[in-house]
Ligand binder design. Structure first.
Ligand SMILES: NC(=O)c1ccc[n+]([C@@H]2O[C@H](COP(=O)([O-])OP(=O)(O)OC[C@H]3O[C@@H](n4cnc5c(N)ncnc54)[C@H](O)[C@@H]3O)[C@@H](O)[C@H]2O)c1
Length: 349
């Protein structure tokens, strides 16, 4: 694999007051599907020590403990934070709790790695980032697709300038199953539907690759069960399109959905078109896990990266490695705010 770009590109990094070279001791809050997966990868990788686990579901907690037999099971975030020697908290609870729990951990002097979305809206996201800045703590968000080999390659091609003027980016994420847990469909608990769940990744990938240029204008159309969302109050959107114009003149087109009759499990892509050619991240065979990177020259395609790639949990490992080096707050966290700003505009709030 080519050198990983992430974790090495931060512009402003300050040493944390609690910097040390010991293996970071982590508390895991919320160990459902994704929390358990991230815990397993971090435990196997050895980048950090799984010290404490807490989940409101005893079954989920018990399952997770199988991956960390030496960890201590506790009954709340507060009881995790009582442990002075704890370095950081990894949060994978339903989205509504992310901001509040992240702030509680940061206020207690702990670094945080949180699942996306960091907040349900711009205001929540800003508050978390401000707290991390004030406390000088490393704040990570699981923007997992950045860490696929395919996206790392796409990023390098865009950054190299070989595409010339990148004038269009097409972003697609259709999850034809849709989430299987009830809380995702409850706006207060999820903050929104497919845009905040899936679109968040794509907006991040596009802005990150383009160097986070300013956004000029956003237009969007949201649907729930086939009806424009304004006619389906109290529901989350299950289909969305958005047109995002950047100050540089580049245009981003986003389409995302849950439960679309897509004829396959998933369609995921981020394609960058420039005056000198194109490059794309694409899933293959409808897979949620297998990605290729393709380079386009007129009508010709060159494959740059193909599976297999064990990318699941890589973002958490990279964050833990930075933590071990003693990193405090990084200005990169402002990127979470910039993405949240676009999401708020898509939602018209
Ligand atoms: N980064 C990614 O690519 C990615 C992928 C999937 C999901 N996610 C995000 O991960 C988060 C979790 O998703 P999931 O599918 O694992 O959900 P889930 O429902 O399977 O897991 C949530 C867990 O949190 C527990 N929980 C609920 N309230 C709690 C509380 N107050 N304190 C402690 N535990 C609590 C639940 O019992 C459950 O075990 C979501 O925000 C989702 O958006 C991110």
């Amino acid at each position: 694999m080519q050198e990983t770009i992430l974790g090495n590109s931060q512009e402003a990094v300050t040493a944390s007051s609690s910097s040390s070279s010991h293996k970071p001791r982590l508390g895991f809050l919320g160990v459902g599907w994704i929390g358990r997966n991230r815990m397993e990868v971090i435990a196997k990788n050895g980048a950090a020590e799984v010290a404490y686990v807490s989940d409101t579901s005893p079954n989920n907690a018990e399952e997770a403990m199988k991956f960390a037999p030496n960890a201590q099971l506790l009954n709340s975030l507060e009881s995790i934070l009582e442990h002075q020697e704890l370095d950081a908290v990894v949060i994978a609870t339903p989205s509504a709790f992310h901001a509040e729990q992240s702030m509680l951990a940061l206020e207690a002097g702990k670094a945080v790695f949180c699942q996306k979305p960091l907040g349900r809206n711009l205001e929540e996201t800003k508050r978390v980032v401000e707290t991390a800045r004030r406390q000088n703590k490393l704040l990570g968000v699981d923007l997992s697709y950045r860490y696929t080999q395919a996206m790392q390659q796409v990023y390098q091609v865009v950054k190299s300038g070989e595409l010339g003027q990148v004038y269009a980016v097409e972003l697609v994420f259709h999850n034809a199953y849709g989430p299987d847990k009830a809380w995702f469909y409850e706006p207060k608990l999820s903050g929104g539907g497919c845009v905040i769940d899936l679109g968040v990744h794509l907006i991040d990938l596009a802005l990150w690759s383009l160097g986070f240029p300013e956004v000029k204008q956003v237009n969007s159309h949201l649907y729930a069960k086939g009806k424009p969302i304004s006619m389906a109050e109290g529901k989350v959107e299950d289909y969305a399109t958005a047109s995002i114009e950047l100050k540089t003149g580049t245009h981003l087109q986003l389409s995302c959905s849950w439960n679309l009759p897509a004829g396959q499990e998933a369609i995921i892509s981020a394609t960058f078109y420039g005056t000198g050619g194109g490059v794309a991240l694409k899933n293959i065979n409808g897979s949620f896990y297998d990605f290729v990177a393709e380079r386009y020259y007129g009508t010709k395609t060159e494959q740059l990266v193909s599976p297999p790639d064990e990318w699941s949990g890589r973002a958490g490992v990279a964050w833990a490695e930075r933590l071990q080096k003693g990193e405090g707050f990084s200005e990169e966290a402002e990127e979470f705010v910039k993405v949240a700003e676009v999401l708020d505009k898509i939602y018209g709030r």
